[in-house]
Ligand binder design. Sequence first.
Ligand code: SIN
Length: 301
Amino acid sequence: MTIQTAPHSERAAQDAADQSIEIRKFDAPLGAEVIGLDLSKPLSQADFTRIHRAHLDHHVLVFRDQRITPDEQVAFSRRFGPLQIHVLHQFGLAGHPEVLIVSNIMENGTPIGLGDAGHFWHSDLSYKDKPSLGSMLHAQELPATGGDTLFANQHLAWDTLPAHLKQAVEGRAAEHTYLAKYAELQKRSPWRPNLSAEQIAQVKPVTHPIVRTHPETKRRALFVSEHFTTRVIGLPEDESSALLAELFAHSTQPEFVYRHQWRERDMVFWDNRSVMHLAAGTPDDQRRKLYRTTIEGDAPF
Ligand code: SIN
């Protein structure tokens, strides 16, 4: 399910004043910090254009100390496209179904959010016909230690893929399914409810090209993940598993990775067409809560 762009945010953009923005690239294979932008203020068209360009260039943008409400996060996210509602709608923020609570916090023995989101490397909602263009995660409550998020640049993964693997995947597609690791996660975590028949119907397996072309930059990227990709179409099971294992190992090497160490009220906006991400994990005795919005993208090609 998606929610369409609100016309009132477009009107607000026409009236908004430009802010004084600086984009500072990280000393890493991807990522940049956006300095001087207050996301609680309406975003002018010129500022939107700069952020959009920086997102395409750096794949992960970090906005520090954003004192924004869920409404403001939703409004900013909608500037980039319609929003998606996660299949685990029980972890949607009350009154904001398009905001997924990512949290390990339990209240009265019940999880308030999805505590093990990102346990395996993945690109958000790759199991949908139209996977996410990008995701935004806004820190609400952070642990004193741990809780980092890692991002791996999948353009670099493709560019550096050995020739024999490029040849093996060129023109091939792979299956992605939300259920790939669900039972395994459910066994060891309190955050995975049983899915209803309706929820299962929402996440039927899909196939996508193993190498996708970014629809805006035209750069190619590997598009398979440990979390959601189950098999290479048209290969016997043993060959498919062996090929996927090589791709997973290659695509998440340290030289492709930026590790985000969260600070209070950080907002991080990444491009799911260019990167995969992984939650490094939070110690059991520490609380972590973030709000996530996901923007619908195109069918990969
Ligand atoms: C996610 O996979 O969207 C969550 C990442 C995180 O919790 O660090």
